[in-house]
Ligand binder design. Sequence first.
Ligand SMILES: *Cc1c(COP(=O)(O)O)cnc(C)c1O
Length: 183
Amino acid sequence: MDDAHGFGVLGPRGEGSLGHFGLAFHPRLILMGTLGKAAGVAGAFVAGSETVVEYLAQKARSYIFTTGAPPALAFALYRSVDLIATDGARRQRLLDRIGRLRDGLAGLPWPLLPSLTAIQPLLVGENQAVLDLSQALWERGLWVPAIRPPTVPKGMARLRISLSAAHSEADVDRLVAALQELA
Ligand SMILES: *Cc1c(COP(=O)(O)O)cnc(C)c1O
């Protein structure tokens, strides 16, 4: 399970999708997540049975041929994980921003795909249209990347709106107003 979007966001203590669905970890599960999104640092993790983890440590090219994470990063992550587990207020603020964005964009010609997480995909369709939209937002001081095939299926290019608990209500309103204008 690639829980890049769920880790730190979903579940009562930010456990991710497993916490959201009330599931326990299972030895047959291979769970991976990035540490560069909700955790705010860099790198990623794979959690699994000892056999899986040992296999990856010995065989995964991208793991073997990369420099290990520096101790400062590991320490920052230690603090991030602590904040994720204990600071429900940040998670609540993020949920508020997500709700505000989804309400604000409800009437647009481009549908927002279902998402409970900080990543809110606005489906535009054609590559050039999404590039133009992303550029127009950039010119208005809003950085919303265009995601195109092969990252997503052909004809399903989209804006990837990434919210954070650090965004204010005014930030969200600004994006909503810009997209309404551009629509
Ligand atoms: C961001 C992302 C990744 C990769 O995360 P990085 O640590 O930034 O390389 C992997 N899978 C999904 C679904 C993502 O959204």
